[in-house]
Write a protein that binds this ligand. Structure first.
Ligand code: PLP
Length: 393
């Protein structure tokens, strides 16, 4: 018999994908130049030239396409450890690091490793990446979420009201998709203190999964604290999709902090989850690319320029949005209660913006700034019409 839950997942598109597909149809109808697609988080900045050079060089190596060990080569895991040590002064253990197909696979296997009963819960903070729910449920548990304050930092009152002893793991994502918030050191320290107290109260470990594909995409001198320095029971889920512009190559890693409780056992459970889900041996060519380009990032100054242009345009038109400190999204308040309805009206002007409901908050839309600066400039007349439609100007 076909699994109904999987059928439901496979036959419905996420709101983001739905809008993206709609955009393609709309382009055929009214011309691509009249469609302003702000939906997908697909980096518009190319990967560094060195990355391309390494790919070209390595692809000629006849043994590059072979299987590596399930957790990835020892060389790439050592390179990752050295890089994080140089950058943050904290040594991740190569033997507790598992190469994955991006952060998505990393999160899926980490949750599979941490959830053992249907009552187990994973807690995150709204707004959050919608796939967390899919991964938590597929791992056999469920996702619950606490709120954020006005600047999208953690709302600790809401956290206190939401957490229960059934919570086995907490996911944070900073810089955040979709809000662009980068958690301050103060927030991280407060969260670490809070979780340590709850671990004592509940008498079990609460693992903090830090989902950080945007870790290097920071603006205005923002600093992204390295979470394992603040909280021992941390699992880092990193991806080269965003800061190295390699989303389609599916490469990232999970690393259990060497200071985590039962670190070795958890690592082996992650390896077991990778095995059970068929996620062994992340793409070999890109393991090599990461080994050789571990300290490289794409030029994120373009995202900053896009952010500046889009935020100032929106504000001049009477819309309300914060200035994101990282990642490549602008999270804008919908001028009407229903973000879905607002997104539908925007569509009539050729503007594709993602309503916030699937991110766990109501009343906002997300605009990806990983688009060409030209698209932003060309969309200004449509944004102006949208603002006029809602009597903002
Ligand atoms: N986590 C967040 C917050 C994301 O925004 C994304 C992708 O957009 C992912 C995880 C998954 O990324 P990956 O391509 O590494 O699987």
């Amino acid at each position: 018999m076909i699994n109904e839950k999987m059928y439901a997942l496979g036959s419905t598109r996420s709101k983001i994908r739905e809008l993206f597909e709609y955009g393609k149809q709309l382009s055929k109808k009214i011309g691509a130049e009249n469609v302003f697609d702000y939906t997908l988080g697909n980096p518009s900045v190319p990967c560094p030239e060195t990355v391309t050079d390494v790919i070209v060089e390595e692809v000629k190596n006849p043994s590059i396409h072979g299987y590596t060990s399930a957790q990835g080569t020892v060389e790439v895991r050592k390179a990752i450890s050295d890089y994080n040590f140089d950058r943050y002064g904290f040594r991740l253990n190569p033997d507790l690091t598992y190469m994955t197909c991006g952060a998505a696979a990393g999160l899926a296997i980490t949750l599979r490793a941490l959830i053992s009963a249907p009552t187990d819960k994973v807690l995150t903070f709204a707004p959050f990446f919608p796939e967390y729910k899919v991964f938590a449920e597929n791992a056999g548990g469920s996702l619950i979420f606490a709120g954020s304050d006005k600047s999208f930092e953690i709302d600790f009152n809401s956290l206190e009201q939401t957490i229960t002893s059934e919570v086995q793991a907490v996911i944070i994502n900073s810089p955040n998709n979709p809000s662009g918030t980068v958690y301050s050191e103060e927030t991280v320290i407060r969260l670490a203190t809070f979780l340590k107290e709850k671990e004592k109260e509940y008498n079990h470990a609460i693992y903090l999964i830090t989902d950080e594909p945007y870790r290097e995409i920071l603006f205005d001198n923002a600093i992204c604290p390295f979470i394992p320095k603040y909280y021992d029971n941390t699992v880092v889920c990193y991806s080269y999709s965003k800061a190295l512009s390699l989303p389609g190559e599916r490469i990232g890693y999970v690393s259990v902090s060497p200071n985590a409780e039962n670190a070795q056992k958890l690592y082996l459970a992650i390896a077991g989850a990778g095995r059970s889900l068929g996620y062994v041996c992340a793409p070999a060519l890109f393991q090599k690319v990461v080994e050789r380009c571990v300290d490289k990032t794409s030029d994120s100054s373009i995202y900053k320029d896009n952010r500046d242009l889009l935020v100032s345009t929106l504000k001049n038109l009477g819309f309300t949005c914060a200035n994101p400190k990282g990642a490549f999204y602008v999270f804008m308040k919908s001028p009407i209660d229903s973000a879905e309805e607002f997104s539908d009206v925007a569509k009539t002007f050729g503007l594709l913006v993602v309503p916030s409901d699937s991110f766990g908050v109501k009343g906002y839309v997300r605009l990806a700034t990983c688009v060409s600066p030209d698209l932003i400039k060309r969309s200004i007349p449509a944004l102006t019409k949208l603002a006029k439609h809602f009597n903002l100007i």
